[in-house]
Design a protein around this ligand. Sequence first.
Ligand code: ATP
Length: 138
Amino acid sequence: TERTLILIKPDGVRRGLVGEILRRVEAKGYTLTSVELRTADDDLLAAHYAEHEGKPFYAPLVEFMGSGPVLAAIAEGNRVIEGFRALAGATDPTAALPGTVRGDLGRDWGLKVQQNLVHGSDSVESAEREIGLWFPGR
Ligand code: ATP
């Protein structure tokens, strides 16, 4: 069955939204098979966000993502990659539709990085790559 990597970013953990976000994933019917809270170091974040290196928001993104604990999880289920991205909503939390995590729980805080609560892998290849980074051996 398909797998995806979910991250609840430091803004979501700081705001106490871990339970609410995981509740939505489970209520949708996906299975959480690994869950870990930890503060990512620069090496992990550089590997995770390699595709964004050189973009103007890259340095603030890595700084933000390392600013506190992140909840990393593996979720499983048919088409979970597409399904979690639908649950998460659009990247920009202001534009994200109500009913989504970002649309219901996020907003623009006027910062250099869009603090948008969650990350979800965007393809089977990136899911397996990202799971290998956050959960080596799984
Ligand atoms: P994620 O990969 O985290 O699920 P995404 O696929 O919706 O998000 P990406 O385009 O992969 O978005 O960007 C990764 C992250 O970088 C975004 O979630 C956001 O936190 C930040 N980001 C992306 N674009 C911008 C931007 N233009 N300005 C500031 N931050 C941005």
